[in-house]
Design a protein around this ligand. Sequence first.
Ligand code: C2O
Ligand code: CU
Ligand code: CU
Length: 518
Amino acid sequence: MTAAARFSKAQMAHMPPMPPAPPLIDPEHLAAFVDALPIPVIAKPAGTRSRLNRQVPFYRIPIQEFFSKVHRDIPPTRFWGYGKSVPGPTIEARSGSEILVEWPNQLPPKHFLPIDHNLMGAEKGVPESRTVVHVHGARVPPESDGWPEDWYAPGKSATYHYPNQQDAAMLWYHDHAMGINRLNICAGMAGLYVIRDAFEDSLNLPKGAYEVPLVVMDRMFRTDGQIYYPVTQLPDAPWVPEYTGNASLINGKLLPYLDVQPRKYRFRVLNASNARFYFLSLDNGMPFQQIGTDQGLLPAPAAVSRLAVAPGERADVVVDFSEHRGERVLLKNLTPTLMQFRVASEAVTDTSALPRTLRAIPKIAETDAVLTRRLTLEEVDNLVGEPMIHLLDGKRWHEPVSEKPVLGTTEIWELLNVTEDAHPIHLHLVRFRILDRRAIEVSDLVYDKKVTYRGDAVPPDPNEAGWKDTVRATPGASTRIIVKFEGYAGRYVWHCHILEHEDNEMMRPYEVVAPAKR
Ligand code: C2O
Ligand code: CU
Ligand code: CU
């Protein structure tokens, strides 16, 4: 049965009501700020391996089941993740220095979250605890990119090569297994991958204990502390269109606190949620000074008091606590509180800098683009108006590859979102710039296949005016990005980073083709 066929009229008539959610932990009733914010450990190489006659640092990060406490008063939660923590160990790499990582699958054979066998690649009989690792934002050869169908079963392993031929940026690694990506990441399969370079070092930004990753991900927890993932009323078709939870983990804890000194900190924010967009702020009104986006430093810091971070996006921010000695500052997502900063009262000397200019970013001229691709983001609804399936350019995963940029060329991709949701669209391999967003006449596109703009083109916000790999395609609008296809020829994917959409056809292959030889 295909996903599109799952809500037939006959089925609808016989559908039982949605199963009620079990009793869940309500974060409002938890003791706040009783756990210190954990900082993921830095991965250590297990040695070196020889590759093409070079000795290359070699890491081994097992993918396994473990139990971890998300809060002092909650029993240990079962996770599937990297190493023994969520997020997994942070990989620290230098630009230009390659590494090898082996990712052994040591998971138990049965999945603990609800698999939907109707989804592409999730047919019955396929190993349930399959996995394959992708480093989001990495410029890697196709065979090391984590192609969704390159998954492997427990007992198997893969060793990937990461050349790190790219600018300093905070990337992240996560599962990409076909048809169960949303479940695997929800189970805990995410970790950070930080690339550093000499230019960034020269800026003297806060570092060491003053550079802190903040990985946010929302979940629902049953009262016994276990992750709850909802299902539909159809036992054979449990897929739900979006997973959002009432509880937000920061580096794996609910409502943690962090002791800070009255000085500058660099916070590296990743939204690793399945579907939730975060709008972060500090409760004392202090702005974040955003210094970087997905793919590295901005040309200049941008002050933002409400920081929007879509699933998959990263924000690199500096916060200066020097004027707030002895205070308590809360990090909020709209109204809910996520964590607390406790600023020490003793003054300290802070020798770090927040430079007025960061990394110059060359403009890519629109005239450099050899072509513009118009690609729709659409939704096919079922009879009760619930989204059933989302498609990129009206196509499913298994249809032939239609986007074949030539290696070394520049293209404009115009994402035409005719749905009512924002979709964070991510392209593997490349970095890109956002050109603009512009409202469109949705009905013209849907019924007449014609693009009619309404209003003016709006340039990206100052805090998105850097190198990106994930872009919020806003509803009822055109979002244009300009991309140079650099790195490697081969097969990659592009997709919506709302993981429920990605697992249900909102992912397409694309192929970078080698330039024709003369
Ligand atoms: Cu975060 Cu296909 O990736
Ligand atoms: Cu990616
Ligand atoms: Cu989407």
